[in-house]
Ligand binder design. Structure first.
Ligand code: FAD
Ligand code: NAP
Ligand code: FMN
Length: 590
């Protein structure tokens, strides 16, 4: 394969030939030409002698960016890179000046914000006056097209690195929730751009024997069909809320979880919603359509099981506009009509878009062509595996509302409320959340703020500490609308108080009196004691509504630290930043 003058020992020659045989034809052609030209010696070949050092940097909230970074690192190592994987939470932006090759995977949360654990790094990067002329980079942005600020953090990081003088070696990849294909393509392009490779010799895999075939592995790529073993409404009759307790069996799944993790549930769409979409598209439902990885399916079945048929986003509307040529929709999608688009989409779904902009209907292929894959939903796990071996519990608020003259229902929460019964099966996988964990020491005091379904992980925390006999103090702030109907898991909390596992319980029932009372008011009422717990080393946790509650609780906390600690606001904020950095202030908000 190589001319005699090529500077290889016989052994090196043999290894290279084996390595080349394992590459695809394009890589093989390029690399064998390069090596055979004699212009490179093995010693100076970039990957063989001085492997390129690649930093894989991720920012994550629910773990996707982290697991993709691990995959990127594995793949890069296979291709001869020296790899360091870093969480943005453990890196200062100024460290980037020392990085020559940088691969970033980062998600977007809140309303176009960085993941909580990446926020300090992000702020620092945006403000830093760095010279990154020696840095080469590429960014993979994780997001969800149903959010206005799709992949905003990845976009910001990508633009900022370029502005600081770094060189983009491969274009940014923006990924929707179904990121597998885009991520894989981006990674291949990114690694190829960073360096040519001399692969490790490829050792042909021996044909699998029956004994070596692994047992079925369940997870994100292969969700477990779990049996529903408990299904009950937690609110009393007369409540305006509908909060479900759903128990699922993990027997035989091999799935494990820790308190703080979430469970992803793969829903199916309700028949009436499927029927409305089919009617709006002027189809029958019996048409045949192709579903990636599934082959041909009847349209109604495909819509029920595989496609997101409700969330209306710019991405869906752009495809709908291309399919229909609607001038009205084109105007709504114009760059200067962002506010109008936001106003139009609020409270609307795909069925409304079809009615408004596709009055003549679509053909079945056009319809599935505008839709994305139905994404799973996450639920904070509400059980400890020690208290409920082989099971996992969820606390789910059914989303139901009326808008633009139609009754609406959240896909997954009402799938769990209406379509799932004891004995039925639902597909799930565990989504680990390393950033929401009980303290390592069982003696450390814990303060938990969890109104509404936000209480879910704290049921798991308290059960876990109880099962382990941990002596640390536990203080729960719970809130919901009314004491009589909405005191979720009331009897269990009373038992935990009696047994001493729960040291303190403060509740805020918002609608039991003319003035609203929320959990943060209860925190303020107990400011002195709460600050004393923090000073003793307590960990502080918040779970539930991100849009208002988590921010109001944060404000209350600043005020408590300010007053009780005799600090300025800036010093109180710095105190809380420090708590966050030392993982003593953790949030799981959505
Ligand atoms: C880490 C994490 C943990 C979570 N834990 C829990 C949990 O323990 N319990 C729980 O119940 N949920 C939890 N959630 C939320 C959960 O994942 C789902 O988002 C929730 O159940 C709604 O999903 P859905 O499919 O029912 O609704 P979807 O079909 O996704 O519809 C929700 C959408 O409907 C729209 N909408 C809702 N209400 C209105 C309204 N009044 N007016 C106009 N539009 C409206 C909004 O666009 C909203 O985004 C968690 C989320 C995350 C990320
Ligand atoms: N992303 C999604 O699609 C989605 C879906 C479902 C739920 N969620 C979020 O999950 C949260 C939990 O839902 P839930 O129905 O169990 O409970 P919830 O709506 O959060 O309500 C729980 C309690 O919190 C109170 N509350 C309202 N605003 C507050 C604030 N600013 N600070 C502190 N407390 C406040 C409520 O009072 P009042 O109601 O009386 O004001 C109620 O007493 C929801 O708020 C919602 O944001 C998100
Ligand atoms: C509460 C919440 C807010 C989100 N906000 C956005 C957003 O503003 N823009 C976006 O593109 N994606 C948004 N997403 C989608 C996440 O970025 C997406 O699920 C991503 O895969 C999460 O990756 P991670 O697990 O690494 O954090 C949001 C998701 C949730 C649950």
């Amino acid at each position: 394969m190589f001319p005699d003058h090529a500077p290889f020992t016989p052994d090196q020659r043999k290894r290279l030939e084996v390595a080349l045989a394992g590459l695809d034809p394009v890589q093989r052609g390029w690399l064998s030409g390069f090596l055979a030209s004699g212009s490179a010696s093995v010693a100076s070949a970039p990957a063989a002698a001085a492997p390129t050092k690649l930093v894989v940097l991720y920012g994550t909230e629910s773990g996707n960016a982290e697991s993709l970074s691990d995959r990127a690192a594995k793949e890069a190592k296979k291709r001869g890179f020296q790899v360091v994987v870093k969480n943005m939470s453990e890196l200062s932006a100024t460290d980037l000046a020392k990085v020559s090759d940088l691969l970033v995977v980062v998600s977007t949360w809140g309303d176009g914000e960085p993941p909580e654990s990446a926020s300090s790094f992000y702020k620092e990067l945006m403000a830093a006056d760095l010279k990154l002329a020696g840095t080469r980079f590429t960014v993979c942005a994780l997001g969800d097209t149903s959010y206005d600020k799709f992949c905003q953090t990845g976009k910001d990081v990508d633009a900022r690195l370029e502005a600081l003088g770094a060189t983009r070696v491969a274009p940014r990849q923006d990924c929707d929730v179904d990121y597998e294909e885009n991520f894989t393509a981006w990674l291949a392009a990114a690694l190829a751009a960073f360096a040519p490779q001399v692969a490790e010799p490829v050792i042909a895999a021996s044909p699998a024997t029956a004994a070596s075939v692994p047992a079925v592995e369940y997870g994100k790529k292969n969700p477990f069909p779990s049996e529903v073993v408990e299904h009950l409404v937690l609110n009393g009759e007369g409540s305006t809320k509908e909060t479900l307790h759903v128990g699922l069996s993990l027997e035989g799944s091999g799935l494990v979880y820790e308190p703080g993790d979430a469970l992803a549930v793969l829903p199916v769409n309700a028949d009436d919603v499927v029927a409305a979409v089919i009617a709006a598209a002027k189809l029958t439902g019996d048409e045949s359509v192709e579903v990636k990885g599934e082959g041909s399916k009847r349209l109604a079945d495909a819509l029920r099981e595989h496609f997101d048929i409700t969330a209306v986003s710019r991405a869906v509307l752009t495809k709908l506009q291309a399919a229909t040529g609607s001038a009205e929709l084109a105007a709504l999608l114009a760059d200067d009509a962002k506010d109008q688009l936001k106003a139009w989409t609020y409270g609307r779904e795909i069925v409304d878009a079809l009615e408004a902009f596709a009055p003549a209907g679509l053909d079945a292929d056009q319809l599935v062509g505008i839709l994305r894959k139905l994404p799973p939903r996450l639920y904070s796990i509400a059980s400890s595996p020690l208290a409920h071996p082989g099971e996992v519990h969820l606390t789910v608020a059914a989303v139901r509302y009326e808008s633009h003259g139609r009754k609406r229902k959240g896909v997954c929460s009402t799938y769990l409320a209406d379509l799932v019964k004891e004995g039925s099966q639902t597909r799930v996988f565990v989504q680990p959340n390393k950033h929401f964990r009980l303290p390592a020491s069982g003696e450390t005091p814990v303060i938990m703020v969890g109104p509404g379904t936000g209480v879910a992980p704290f049921r798991a925390f308290v059960e876990h500490r109880s099962a382990l006999g941990h002596p640390g103090k536990n203080w729960l702030f719970f809130g919901d609308q009314r004491y009589t109907y909405d005191f979720l898991y009331q009897l269990e909390w009373q038992d935990h108080l009696k047994s001493g596992v729960l040291s303190k319980l403060d509740v805020a029932f918002s609608r039991d009196q003319p003035e609203k009372i929320y959990v943060q008011q209860k925190m303020l009422e107990h400011a002195k004691e709460l600050y004393a717990w923090l000073e003793e080393g307590a960990h502080f946790y918040v779970c539930g509504d991100a849009s208002r509650m988590a921010q109001d609780v944060h404000e209350a906390l600043i005020s408590i630290v300010e007053k009780q600690g005799n600090k300025t606001r800036e010093a109180a904020e710095a105190y809380l930043d420090e708590l966050k950095k030392s993982h003593r202030y953790q949030r799981d908000v959505y």
